[in-house]
Write a protein that binds this ligand. Structure first.
Ligand code: PGA
Length: 251
């Protein structure tokens, strides 16, 4: 596990477009025994469930996050949700630039940058996602892609209190495949280097999560990799037992 000079880890669950109101019981089950957790914990349910989750998680150490926000605070944007609205229902953070939004909604680095700024404007932590596709990895472009996404998506002057980076190789999401530990270490090392070069000492305090097929059986190994400060978990966050199994990597 990372210790010296590394920020306290965060394990965040992204429910994506899964869950109905009766699944809130699962969220409640998730809070069991977490007072002793060795990391910060967060759940990001679909927007309609946010108020229900806010109630279910009240008094627990599990923070609430959104999955996306619009760059603007309000206005004529049918179907969109602003960072201010997320803050209003109890969110402390919001995921921006997830590869599914980059792919499904054509979100560019520029859009992700604006969304990260919007998150910070509303006093939310922006969890900025980056990651290469299988084709980009095969072509040896991983580090160039990561650096380009950092250059384009991370606002100036951010720090550990308002920003988290999530490295999620697109080909590892929902596939059961993960990079080799040395490959994750290489990318996380490049991200840490970029953050420190850009932000100075503050760059040390920004958490760098790994995401993509994290599960209880591989969490301990993945979370022990240098500069891995937690996980962004999709599928395995839907079941309390699995999510708690991942959090247990920090016991
Ligand atoms: P997964 O998704 O854990 O289901 O691979 C991760 C993510 O997209 O954040």
């Amino acid at each position: 596990m990372n210790t010296e000079n590394e920020p306290r880890a965060l394990v965040a669950g992204n429910w994506k477009m899964n869950g109905l109101s009766h699944n809130v019981a699962e969220a409640r089950a998730l809070t069991e025994g977490l007072d002793e957790a060795g990391c910060d914990c967060m759940l990001c349910p679909p927007a309609p469930l946010l108020p229900l989750f806010a109630t279910a998680l009240e008094g627990s150490p599990v923070a609430l996050g959104g999955q996306d926000c619009h760059p603007e605070a309000s206005g004529a944007h049918t179907g969109d949700i602003s960072a201010e609205m997320l803050a209003d229902v109890g969110c402390e953070a919001v995921i921006v630039g997830h590869s599914e939004r980059r792919a499904d909604h054509g979100e560019s680095d520029e859009v992700v940058y604006a969304k990260a700024q919007a998150a910070n404007r509303a006093a939310l932590t922006a969890i900025i996602c980056i990651g290469e596709t299988q084709d980009q990895r095969d072509a040896g472009e991983t580090l160039a892609v990561i650096t380009r996404q950092l250059d384009g998506s991370v606002p100036e002057g951010v720090g550990g209190d308002d920003t988290v980076i999530a490295y999620e190789p697109v080909w590892a999401i929902g596939t059961g495949r993960t990079p080799m530990p040395y490959e994750i270490a290489e990318v996380h090392g490049v991200i840490r280097g970029w953050l420190v070069e850009r932000l100075g000492e503050e760059g040390e305090s920004i958490r760098i999560l790994y995401g993509g097929s994290v599960k209880p059986s591989n969490a301990r190994e993945l979370m022990a990799i240098k500069h891995v400060n937690g996980a962004l978990v999709g599928g395995a966050s839907l079941k309390a037992q699995d999510f708690l199994g991942i959090i247990a990597a920090y016991k």
